[in-house]
Design a protein around this ligand. Structure first.
Ligand code: EPZ
Length: 423
């Protein structure tokens, strides 16, 4: 099982390109099921989760393959009418985003059998709102033996308001509404950039969606033969960009991120500036100069455009060495503080009280063997290791590989002393 060895204390310097967004690519791959033919996706990051989604599509009957060499970021997906509308537990349990095939399969093929995802390290993560949204479009939803059995002769336009803002819930119901007969109005939708990118791509395929970027999406259903295969290049991963920006800040470095979309990270940039980092942005790149020692900041996660929950663990690593105390409130997930105990092994002083973490900044961290528990917690431990004195060994980095494309190479290109050890 791979692990990373990080020798901390080196300021990161240089320029690095941000990869395509995992959380845009996953719904986009599911959306290929809405139209027969050959779909072309560019700038697709090479990640474990993407490989899982391609494996799932293959089992369904949509065959995706990644290009070679210079074309390795391009993925072609061939979709035919010969579809097996099933998402098995063995794949869904490893990646809950697999449930994104539910809406498209139901909309185009009138039936789907998708395993319930079950919980994960950061929370119960139900899909009740996905299912209620699909039912509002006329789907018959049954739960049996750990699976969702969904059928619909043809979905019909309906109104639905999400009780809680849900990113993949919005994406699932939106994709279903695209082929429903009539108009649907979806309220309290997620406004994450990845939802906007999906909606715009669906429109480019022939869908009728208004209100893109707002919390109310109005969808005029179209006929199956009115959707053409997609041809789209995935936008930059704002969470990878944010993670690399914190790497620059925590090491007191001077880093430029290229081909990123800084305007999607306003809440993070504001917080980094509050810590004393100097951040300058242009339309496609961002420069971060870290402070010698960060000033403490208070954070409260919330749906976009608020502070992203996917950046909470990374900011905690930065706050752990701040010159004072920070308060971090996790308001999206119920258990997203798994990184706290591991940061504590490195000398961080963090006390958790329910959804709130009280971080008392310490002058320095010390390298230690630590264990990753979920995707962003593992990123947080890498960031702490970049600052810590001595060597940090991060174990179970398969969590990291789910959402970061060879993060250690990007960090090494900026001067970090970081190696992947294969055992
Ligand atoms: C997406 O997960 C992202 N994943 C997550 O990124 C991200 O942390 C999350 O949105 C929040 O921004 C993808 O886009 C593939 P939610 P998702 O539904 O859609 C509750 C990463 O690190 N809820 O927006 O699964 C839920 O329990 C991953 O890249 C219901 O109650 O998250 C949570 O408390 C981790 N019922 C809240 O909503 C539902 O039916 C937000 O979850 C659905 C969600």
């Amino acid at each position: 099982m791979d692990r990373l060895r990080i020798k901390g204390g080196r300021p990161l310097v240089g320029s690095v390109k941000v990869s395509g967004a995992k959380n845009a690519a996953l719904p986009m791959l599911a959306a290929t099921l809405l139209a027969d033919g050959e779909h072309e996706l560019g700038n697709v990051p090479d990640l474990a989760d993407i490989r899982t989604m391609l494996r799932l599509l293959g089992r369904i009957g949509a065959y995706g393959e990644r290009g070679q060499g210079r074309a390795r970021r391009r993925v072609l997906v061939e979709v035919s009418t010969d579809i097996n509308p099933v998402a098995d537990y063995d794949l869904v349990k490893t990646m809950r985003a697999s449930v994104l095939v539910l809406g498209p399969l139901l909309a185009r093929h009138g039936k789907a059998r998708v395993s319930l995802p079950g919980g994960c390290a950061i929370g119960a993560r139900p899909i009740d709102l996905h299912l209620r949204g699909l039912a509002a479009l006329g789907a018959d939803i049954r739960l049996a033996h750990g699976y969702v059995e969904a059928t619909a002769r043809r979905l019909r336009g309906g109104r639905f308001t999400f009780d809680t803002v849900t990113v993949t819930g919005t994406e699932n119901v939106l994709m279903a509404a695209v082929l429903a007969r009539g108009t649907s109005v979806l309220e309290n939708c997620a406004r994450e950039p990845e939802v906007t990118e999906l909606a715009r791509t669906l429109v480019a395929m022939g869908a009728g969606i208004e209100g893109i970027g707002s919390d109310t999406l109005t969808v005029k259903g179209v006929g199956k033969d009115e959707l053409a295969p997609m041809k789209h290049s995935i936008g930059p991963d704002r969470i990878e960009a944010g993670t690399l920006a914190v790497a620059a800040a925590i090491t007191g470095g001077d880093v430029e991120l290229t081909e990123c979309a800084p305007h999607l990270l306003d809440s993070l940039v504001d917080k980094l500036r509050e810590t004393g980092a100097r951040v300058t942005t242009t339309n496609g790149s961002m420069k971060i100069r870290g402070p010698v020692r960060p000033t403490p900041v208070d954070i409260r996660t919330s749906p976009y455009p608020g502070f992203p929950t996917d950046m909470q663990a990374q900011l905690m690593a930065l706050c752990s060495i701040a010159d004072g105390s920070s308060v971090i409130r996790e308001k999206v997930f119920e258990n997203r503080f798994m990184h706290v105990s591991e940061l504590g092994r490195m000398g961080a002083d963090v006390r958790v009280d329910g959804h709130t973490a009280h971080v008392k900044g310490v002058p320095s961290l010390s390298g230690a063997p630590v264990m990753a528990t979920d995707l962003r917690a593992s990123a947080s431990l890498v960031l702490a290791g970049l600052r810590a004195e001595g060597s940090t060994y991060v174990q179970r980095i398969y969590h990291l590989d789910r959402g970061y494309e060879r993060l250690e190479r990007k960090l090494r290109s900026l001067g970090a002393d970081i190696r992947r050890l294969r055992r």
